[in-house]
Design a protein around this ligand. Structure first.
Ligand SMILES: Nc1nc2c(c(=O)[nH]1)N[C@H]1C(S)=C(S)[C@@H](COP(=O)(O)O)O[C@H]1N2
Ligand SMILES: [Mo]
Length: 207
């Protein structure tokens, strides 16, 4: 296992209001989807640079460059898991292979059963954002998001859908599943952006 992920000067520190969680609990809304390899695909659609759609099957997606990131997971329910090593495909790799149009500002990440989460393009493009297939060198288990989950260490964990099936490039912001249901549109744990009532003008679309 690697060192806990940290920002400069914030080594081992928990974001405000968070407590350390030992182990790795399972947290999500709804049932765990069954992986069907022959039907699975990862799609990139919306405002792509060339107006094309991109689609990778499971074999193609897992053949993309594999990289690792050491990252914390902060659940808005106030527990944090520190320092896991995640392996998978960097969000930046997807942006390079399937470039967004120049006016794209946000990305909607889509998962099984219509779960979604919206991110600013700048958050999605961060160096640490990873479509994880592995954790601590092992394939993800079904309940933790197999075959692919997004990890965006600098945002609350709901911004990282498990069972990802694709991304949509957007030229205007739109709320995802939890962002429509009372959670903060941006979700920065270091600023304790938990709930939509804390949003300031410009943080998100009208509710
Ligand atoms: N598809 C999907 N992904 C999801 C969620 C969800 O409800 N559905 N919940 C999120 C939340 S709130 C958390 S805290 C993490 C938990 O990840 P874990 O179960 O691997 O610990 O998954 C995130 N990804
Ligand atoms: Mo969470």
């Amino acid at each position: 296992m690697g060192q806990p992920a940290s920002r400069e000067g914030e080594q081992q520190e928990l974001p405000p209001g968070q407590r350390l969680q030992r182990g790795w609990p399972v947290t999500h809304y709804g049932p765990v989807p069954k992986f069907k390899p022959e039907r699975w695909e990862f799609r990139v659609f919306g405002a792509t640079a060339d107006s094309d759609k991109y689609c990778w099957d499971h074999e193609q997606f897992t053949s993309l460059p594999y990289e690792t990131v050491v990252a914390d997971l902060h659940c808005v329910a106030k527990f944090s898991m520190l320092g896991a090593e995640w392996g998978g495909v960097r969000a930046r790799t997807v942006l390079d292979l399937a470039p967004p149009a120049p006016d794209v500002t946000h990305v909607m990440v889509w998962a099984e059963y219509g779960f979604s989460s919206n991110l600013r393009l700048s958050d999605f493009a961060s160096d640490q954002a990873l479509f994880a297939t592995h954790r601590a060198g092992e394939l993800l288990t079904a309940e933790h998001g197999f075959p692919v989950r997004l990890v965006v260490p600098h945002l609350y964990a709901w911004k990282g859908p498990k069972w990802v099936r694709g991304i949509e490039y957007m030229t205007a912001d739109r709320r995802g599943f939890w962002e429509e249901r009372g959670y903060h549109n941006i979700g920065d744990p270091w600023r304790e952006q938990r709930y939509s009532y804390q949003e300031e003008p410009g943080d998100g679309p009208e509710l």
